[in-house]
Design a protein around this ligand. Structure first.
Ligand SMILES: [Zn+2]
Length: 438
């Protein structure tokens, strides 16, 4: 395909994009809704949270997603970027070639072609210098798409982030050498410039120092920013998404928090947490099957033991399930056994503690760890008769071989098709028969 060489004057011939970034976002969401496309696929539960996030960003406000570890805050933020990226793929947006903030060429067009002097406010100093006195037919423009570093930037909140990293930096020394204040080597873009036209994502906003928080918020509030050491002010248009854990919430400066719309994210429900763990397990490629009731037992145990001695979020469910699968894999088995499950839960839960909580966690694990036999009996009442059969044989394998077909059918009636293979039923029977050495 031949690369299109377009110039500012060409905007006359096409309907150019006149939307702000938040307008592009909501436009794309609307299109996706109209075609029944899920804007946030693979994010389970959180229906009202997703909707609120869309609403907040569509109004041009910055969002602060609040919640505990592992409730999917980062997933949500990445999904916002993917939606916006979809807009650029399906709708042409043009910028002036070499513009450090990917501003919409429509502003320069309105200034030069339409004689709208107010449009110059939205043209950055570099484009003004390079193009404002040129004829529209000589100003090169290019279609933009957004990617990491160019329409998407992320910041991991920590104490050491300096405002320059956010605002960019004007290198006086290089200016002295090069002599052109608009040379790209003189002006080094920060995270805001990188994110312009797209999404700026700050994970753990509260962990940034106050100066950095202010730098960020001023830019968002005024829709312009001034790089360090510079007197030039740049326009910026982006979606701002930040997150905080509930424990770090208080570190967000009041003035900053006031300028963002907070969106609380609670823990997803039991069923959705199961789906999240299943999705994560599908990635591991070990070829190990985790029987459904064991998966439910893992998630249910993590939720039940949460906050007794230590915080256990959905990430704990994911890790415990992964450890269980790895435990089976190491021993060359393709179906996870209850001992693998116990190993996963104990390893994950004990692993969340520190020196101080060590004794308390161990006490909890011996005292409050739920009974898997009760758990299975509750969901598959017919299995109780099968457990009794095991008492007559030395192990579950032999018992299974000698079991009535009718009894097995009774058990299968409670299980999903995927969960009614002989190996799975044997794994459930085994949970009754064995004691694990954890
Ligand atoms: Zn520009």
């Amino acid at each position: 395909m031949q690369r299109e060489n377009k110039h500012l004057i060409d905007l006359y011939e096409m309907p150019p994009c006149t939307l702000s970034v938040s307008g592009r976002f909501i436009h794309r969401i609307r299109e996706m809704v109209a075609t029944d496309e899920d804007a946030f696929p693979l994010i389970f539960g959180l229906g009202h949270v997703k909707r609120r996030l869309v609403e907040v960003l569509a109004t041009g406000s910055g969002a602060l997603i609040k919640g505990d570890f592992g409730v999917g805050k980062t997933h949500l933020s990445n999904a916002v970027f993917t939606v916006l990226q979809g807009y650029y793929l399906t709708h042409p947006v043009y910028t002036n070639v070499g513009c450090p903030v990917r501003e919409n060429s429509i502003h320069l067009y309105n200034y030069i072609v339409e004689n709208d002097h107010s449009a110059l406010d939205n043209v950055c100093p570099v484009c003004r210098h390079k193009y404002a006195a040129s004829p529209a037919k000589l100003i090169p423009i290019e279609r933009i798409y957004i990617t990491e570093g160019s329409g998407f930037a992320r910041l991991q909140g920590n104490e050491d982030i300096e405002p320059e990293k956010i605002l960019g930096m004007y290198h006086l020394l290089r200016f002295a050498e090069i002599g052109d204040p608009f040379d790209p080597r003189v002006l080094e873009g920060g995270k805001i410039a990188q994110a312009s036209g797209g999404v700026l994502f700050v994970d753990e906003l509260g962990l940034m120092n106050n100066e950095a928080q202010y730098a960020l918020i001023q830019a968002l509030q005024e829709r312009r920013f001034t790089p360090s050491n510079s007197r030039m002010t740049f326009p910026v248009d982006l979606l701002f998404v930040s997150t905080t854990n509930n424990t770090n919430d208080f570190r967000i400066h009041k003035a900053v928090a006031n300028r963002l719309v907070g969106i609380p994210v609670g823990r997803v429900g039991f069923g959705d947490e199961i789906l999240i763990v299943q999705k994560e397990l599908a990635k591991n490629g070990l070829g190990v099957r985790l029987p459904k009731l064991f998966l439910e037992f893992i998630v249910s145990t993590i939720r039940e033991l949460n906050n007794i001695a230590v915080y256990l979020g959905p990430r704990s469910s994911i890790r415990a399930a992964r450890i269980a699968c790895v435990s089976a894999f190491i021993e060359g088995r393709t179906t996870v056994s209850f001992c693998d499950v116990k190993e996963g839960l104990h390893t994950e839960i004990a692993g969340q503690g520190d020196e101080e909580s060590f004794d308390e966690i161990n006490e909890m694990l011996s005292k409050d760890f739920p009974s898997v036999v009760e758990f299975i009996k509750q969901r598959v009442p017919a299995i109780e008769t099968a457990f009794a059969v095991i008492d007559n044989y030395k192990d579950a394998d032999t018992a299974f071989l000698n079991m009535d077909m009718q009894l097995i059918d009774d058990i299968v009636a409670y299980l999903s098709e995927d969960d009614s293979r002989p190996e799975t039923i044997k794994a459930y029977l085994d949970a009754y028969a064995v004691t694990c050495g954890v």
